[in-house]
Ligand binder design. Structure first.
Ligand code: PLP
Length: 441
């Protein structure tokens, strides 16, 4: 009898005992190809000796020191490393233990910034439908996935949710992708004018939407127009790169490929690559200086802020990505994965869209390609694909509710950056078996 409170009380998982490269092994020796890095976490694969050694060495010298009393060498090094490569004028790093914590810090910092700047009416956040920003109350309030929010409604903070940038479903036939990108971005301005720009503090978005939308990239020009609107109305741009950042899309920061830089940026997942729980919120020099010259104190904090062992893992992970040239590899292996998905599913009657960037790709499933009609939600297509793939020895990340939190299904793929061509073939062929097994039953 287990005393663990599992994710699903009726689907008890096997015990993972070992990881090596792109594979995980359970207690019976069964091998699983990690086609989604768990949830876009294991970017270096499993058992990376360099990172393991860095964590062990840090434990030997200093495991933990509270940031109320000390800074630490690995935390300082990680902050320097992130800022050295960060876009725009991001200048300060707030190290936390995961993605939700990074987003909570971002939301609270945005609010405190405006209070200290003398604009206390600014308290509202605008985010997007079908986004995911985490499961803590602030992050969940920013997220726009109806299913995840539903039962917690009474606890959530009132925020605005504009339509996502979702070319496959929302672009009109007579619009170019650029025209659509502009129209989609202008929803932000419409909402700002509706609620009064003087009441708004920030717009939050994932540059490439992950868990809830299946590697949804923005239309060309979308983020440039978003940045313009934020500047025009004096609101902060918070980019959530918890899933799509840290090399996942082929650049260390996903927004580099959009040609914009945010005021606040959140990363996690790939930063620790699964070796330690770590996340980070990066903010601009201007935001930092406002606090520095104001109260001097960000009224926030957690016990494990700037955890030295977690930071040491982060340093080793980022250095591994850079030293081993893994980010260019994300592009080449991403192209190989996209080509393999196109070859296998390009003509599949139930695959409506194949999308993504780098090693962050998604397949959207439909009942009818011509009309783009989704499967009836009661068929629970995504959940069943997850099970069928797992049985076949493939870990992937399917999710239902792609369109509106209830309807639509997709499969998200985010394999380790070290994935080989043969392993890409294995991934796509096992996924194909899983999808066909479910659709034929
Ligand atoms: N933001 C995004 C874009 C995510 O994908 C996630 C997790 O999937 C989070 C935030 C929350 O991160 P965590 O689960 O580490 O709290």
């Amino acid at each position: 009898m287990s005393h663990i409170f599992p994710r699903h009380t009726k689907q008890l998982p096997p015990t993972a005992v070992r990881g090596e490269g792109c594979y995980l092994y359970d207690q019976d020796g069964k091998q699983y190809l990690d086609g989604s890095g768990g949830a876009a976490v294991s970017c270096l694969g499993h058992g990376d000796q360099t990172v393991i050694d860095a964590v062990k060495a840090q434990l030997d010298s200093l495991a933990y020191a509270h940031t109320g009393f000390f800074t630490s060498e690995p935390a300082e090094t990680l902050a320097d490393l992130l800022i050295k490569h960060a876009p725009g004028d991001l200048d300060r790093v707030y190290l936390v233990s995961g993605g939700s914590e990074a987003m909570e810090a971002a939301l609270k910092l945005a609010r405190q910034y405006f209070v200290e700047k003398g604009e206390p009416s600014r308290g509202r956040v605008i985010a997007r439908k079908q986004s995911y920003h985490g499961n803590t109350m602030g992050a969940l309030s920013a997220g726009g996935n109806a299913w995840r929010r539903a039962q917690f409604g009474p606890l959530l903070i009132d925020m605005s949710h504009i339509n996502p940038c979702y070319e496959y479903r929302l672009k009109h036939d007579d619009e170019s992708p650029e025209e659509y990108g502009l129209r989609a971005a202008n929803h932000l301005e419409e909402e700002l004018l509706r609620v009064g720009p003087e009441n708004v503090m920030a717009f939050a978005a994932e540059p490439v939407v992950g868990a809830t939308s299946g590697a949804l990239t923005a239309a060309p020009g979308y983020f440039k127009r978003i940045r313009e609107i934020c500047d025009q109305y004096g609101i902060l741009l918070i980019l959530d790169e918890v899933m799509c950042g840290m090399g996942r899309t082929g650049s260390l920061f996903a927004c580099d490929q959009e040609g914009v830089s945010p005021d606040i940026l959140c990363v996690a997942k790939g930063l620790g690559a699964g070796y330690q729980p770590i996340g980070a919120m990066l903010c601009s020099r201007q935001i930092y200086e406002t606090i520095e010259n104001g109260s001097g104190f960000f009224q926030h904090g957690h016990t494990y802020l700037g955890h030295p062992t977690a930071a040491a893992a982060g340093v080793a992970v980022v250095n591994a990505m850079l030293d081993r040239n893994l980010i260019p590899r994300v592009k080449t292996q991403g192209d190989t994965l996209m080509a393999a998905l196109e070859a296998k599913f390009g003509q599949h009657p139930n695959v409506g869209d194949i999308r993504g960037r780098g090693l962050f790709q998604g397949v959207e499933l439909v009942a009818d390609r011509a009309t783009k009609a989704p499967f009836d939600a009661s068929r629970k297509i995504a959940g069943r694909i997850k099970t069928a793939a797992f049985n076949a020895g493939l870990i992937c990340y399917p999710m239902s509710g792609t369109i509106d939190g209830q309807n639509g299904d997709h499969v998200l793929l985010a394999p380790p950056f070290i994935i080989s061509d043969d392993q890409i073939d294995e991934l796509v062929s096992k996924l194909s078996v899983a999808i066909d097994t479910v659709l034929q039953s």
